[in-house]
Ligand binder design. Sequence first.
Ligand SMILES: Nc1ncnc2c1ncn2[C@@H]1O[C@H](COP(=O)(O)OP(=O)(O)OP(=O)(O)O)[C@@H](O)[C@H]1O
Ligand SMILES: [Mg+2]
Length: 289
Amino acid sequence: MELVLDRLTKQYKNKIAVDRLSLELKPGVYGLLGANGAGKTTLMRMICGVLRPTSGEIKYNEIDVSQEEYRDILGYLPQDFGFYPEFTAIEFMCYMGSLKGLPKQRAKEKAVELLEMVSLTEVAKKKIKTFSGGMKQRLGIAQALINNPKILVLDEPTAGLDPKERIRFRNIISKLGTNRIVLLSTHIVSDIENIATTILVMKNGQLIHNGSLDKIITAIQDKVWECVVSEEKADEFAKIYPIINVRQEQEQIFLRLVSESKPCENAINGKATLEDLYLYYFSEVTTYE
Ligand SMILES: Nc1ncnc2c1ncn2[C@@H]1O[C@H](COP(=O)(O)OP(=O)(O)OP(=O)(O)O)[C@@H](O)[C@H]1O
Ligand SMILES: [Mg+2]
């Protein structure tokens, strides 16, 4: 069970959104992290066969994605998922099941089971237009699972979820990743930190990191610094370094920042986190470009 991307490329007019990206995915949860415009949605749409690559290949167990067979093993929650506001949750689920070619009775059973899984049983007969953002998001995840897909692609599934729903979501995803490939994108570092077995970091259409949390954090371990500076110095540093944290105590300012080299005499290396890594690569401060 392996999904293989080989030098996958998508070019829109003069913009290369995904750039010769190669990747092998096995069952597990993959967290795709990247700033706005990094190419996450473009990559996911190609994997789901809704966008044709400019060049390169996508194969699952040697099956090319353009084949009918592949659709049957795929579940997808698009970033801009449109619901049918007048449908009830259960009607919507059954409808999605019929689109996936499930027999009516089977679709109904599966719909009931999945609504239970995402804790929407009580509102199954309510119209979607009455749902909150988080409820819609959970319904979006449920519909992506209607055909029990071997490959589940979720584009920003945690956008708009409150902390409680976020935890519920993480638990659902962790379970799903045991016997299928789950690829999810997000800007929310803590979601990825908590559920992804493999973290993929994307920048300018390319994968710049691929590995376990520990492994990719090692890459920036010597770039996270903690130091004590004057207010003046702190202002100066803010212009040149991505600042992770500022804490003021009396006249002193404690800074945590990312820098290629030691920023000042009293600086010491702090323990790096995924958030540091994100800031290092995607901070507005352009010293690393
Ligand atoms: N249909 C399109 N035509 C032209 N350019 C596009 C199109 N879709 C995306 N792009 C460009 O391709 C790049 C990648 O976009 P994409 O939507 O894949 O990024 P993303 O990582 O999903 O961003 P976000 O985090 O904002 O969802 C961006 O520069 C975007 O402007
Ligand atoms: Mg996107």
